[in-house]
Design a protein around this ligand. Structure first.
Ligand SMILES: *Cc1c(COP(=O)(O)O)cnc(C)c1O
Length: 424
């Protein structure tokens, strides 16, 4: 594997490719029609996440064009920023949430019948909130179903319930496998039909199956295989249960290219294969609707994290660019969120897009007193001086809300959505 090469005096390490909207820019970085510096001036400070809702809209349009007529759900844990959520909600068919907190955010922008609630540890008060609102519970165990029946009876409401299945399938090459093994998520496939029968017998409103096999896959072939196996599984389970599912949520797992040599997922190929698989689906699924739930594929590339250079220092032949943002806001870029080997996210000097790199590689480090706080490891950047803005791309998913903001007592990052006013 070639992941190092010599440039000048430092050992350079590669970084991921800039998203297509930014890759060919030169001069000042522009996000949503305005320069990075202007966004910082508008928000008032750094560090700042800028989310371009037009990029999210473009990803959704690409999905719709590539896929057969199925529903698209947004998994809001990828980025629950209220203004972004408000921009995305009208463009998708459903929102998937995983806590009562997320449920509340989703209900602010989407009707309850378009919201589903997954997660292995739903408390009674969370079940009650979902049942009262009329959101669908993606039931994760027999015990959770029983608690849901009791709460529904107390409230006088038939709960809407889908069965989340722990599939006997895994998504090959997935960054985070969530199927094919013992799991806190879902009911093992061999017990799913029995649980469906219980739900129907209890008088609950059975909504179908939720089958999620993994995340961050870049290989279209792996996703195609998994979707075909998921359709087969849904048909087998429906036959065994003796009822046709109104909806089958086929999961998602569409990945994004964070790192050097990552390929871009061929969604058009996935869509063509799913179209063909649906054409020949089992009779029991003839009247079923299908959904795919995506998080990062919709929003990751829409986010840029902007942080200001405080100091440029030299130590033992290496150059450190010290910035005011770090893993407290953007844990994933430091390599401490779901990756085994630390690799570089795409990074640029915001005022010098397209300029040639300086002879020496630099490491971009945050202000935290831990060696983990490294946003770029020996990357090739144009010359950097204190006061410059550094842009870290692929920051729209699992950034601000997935980072330990309280660690070391720095203020939270600002967040702004293009064409929307800043939100604290
Ligand atoms: C986290 C999660 C998602 C979103 O995953 P991405 O990799 O961001 O697309 C979707 N569905 C479920 C059940 C999840 O847990």
């Amino acid at each position: 594997m070639v992941d190092r090469q010599r440039t000048g005096t430092g050992m350079m390490k590669p970084m991921g490719a800039l998203p297509p909207e930014y890759a060919h820019q030169s001069g000042a970085l522009t996000i949503g029609g305005q320069s990075a510096a202007a966004w910082v001036a508008q928000a008032g400070d750094t560090p700042l996440f800028v989310y371009d809702s037009a990029i999210v809209a473009a990803r959704i349009a690409r999905f719709r064009a590539a896929m057969p007529a199925i529903d698209l759900h947004y998994a809001i844990k990828a980025n629950p920023h209220p203004a972004l959520l408000a921009a995305v909600a009208p463009l998708v068919d459903g929102l998937d949430v995983a806590s009562a907190g997320e449920l509340g955010m989703a209900l602010a922008v989407k009707p309850a019948h378009a919201i589903s609630f997954a997660g292995p540890g739903k408390r009674d008060d969370e079940l009650a909130a979902a049942i009262r609102a009329g959101a669908t519970l993606n039931v994760e165990s027999e015990g959770e179903a029983a608690r849901g029946f009791a709460i529904g009876a107390r409230l006088g409401i038939a709960p809407r319930m889908a069965v989340r299945v722990n599939p006997d399938i895994e998504l090959r090459g997935s960054g985070m496998r969530m199927g094919g093994r013992a799991s806190p998520f879902g009911v093992d496939a061999e017990r799913a039909a029995a649980l469906v029968r219980e739900i129907v017998a209890a008088g609950a409103d059975w909504r179908g199956f939720h089958i999620y096999a993994g995340s961050q896959a870049l290989d279209a072939g792996a996703i195609i295989e998994t979707q075909a196996a998921t359709l087969d599984l849904a048909a087998r389970l429906a036959d065994a249960a003796g009822v046709a599912p109104p909806l089958v949520n086929l999961g998602g797992g569409f990945g994004v290219p964070y790192f050097a040599n990552d390929v871009v997922l061929d969604v058009e190929r996935v869509g063509a294969a799913l179209h063909a698989a649906l054409e020949t689906r089992a009779v029991v699924l003839r009247d079923t609707r299908f959904a795919i739930e995506l998080g990062r594929w919709l929003v990751a590339e829409a986010g840029v994290y902007l942080t200001r250079v405080i100091d440029v220092k030299h130590s033992q032949g290496e150059v450190f660019v010290v910035v005011d943002g770090g893993l407290n806001h953007q844990l994933a870029a430091s390599g401490n969120f779901g990756t085994v080997v630390r690799r570089n996210y795409p990074i640029a000097v915001a005022a010098r897009m397209g300029e040639a790199a300086a002879a020496e590689a630099v490491s971009v480090v945050g202000p935290l007193c831990t060696p983990l706080d490294r946003l770029g490891d020996r990357v090739a950047l144009p010359p950097v001086v204190p006061g410059d803005l550094i842009a870290i791309f692929m920051a729209g998913a699992y950034g601000a809300s997935a980072s330990p903001a309280a660690f070391l007592g720095h203020p939270p990052a600002l967040e702004i959505v293009t064409s929307v006013q800043p939100q604290p």
